[in-house]
Design a protein around this ligand. Structure first.
Ligand SMILES: [Zn+2]
Ligand SMILES: [Zn+2]
Length: 100
């Protein structure tokens, strides 16, 4: 399944969630197996990526994590992601806390 870059929005109310990775930034690094990008994953945003944001898309199963800056994490409209970004699942029971 290919992941679209358009039509994403922030999933609110996730600030108190945690997983074994410690932070959602670390979760993104662990699950995507990529190095943390210098800039935010939102298209046309060049701010530093500081956190792993929970995002959703009607065309994609489940919640995903993307590297975002603080201001993009507060966007209430839909946004477009940079095409190169990995969007690993935020579902810890299917990723970092998966039972063997
Ligand atoms: Zn995790
Ligand atoms: Zn941004």
């Amino acid at each position: 399944m290919s992941i679209p870059t358009t039509g994403w929005s922030n999933k609110g109310g996730t600030a108190d969630r945690a997983c074994v990775c410690g932070t959602w930034k670390q979760h993104w690094i662990n699950i995507s197996e990529n190095t943390w990008p210098a800039s935010c994953s939102a298209e046309k945003c060049s701010s530093a990526a500081t956190l792993g944001a929970h995002v959703i898309n009607p065309a994609v199963d489940g919640e995903r994590i993307v590297p975002f800056c603080d201001s993009c994490n507060k966007l209430s409209d839909t946004f477009t992601l940079k095409g190169s970004v990995s969007v690993p699942s935020a579902n810890k029971s299917k990723t970092c806390e998966k039972k063997a």
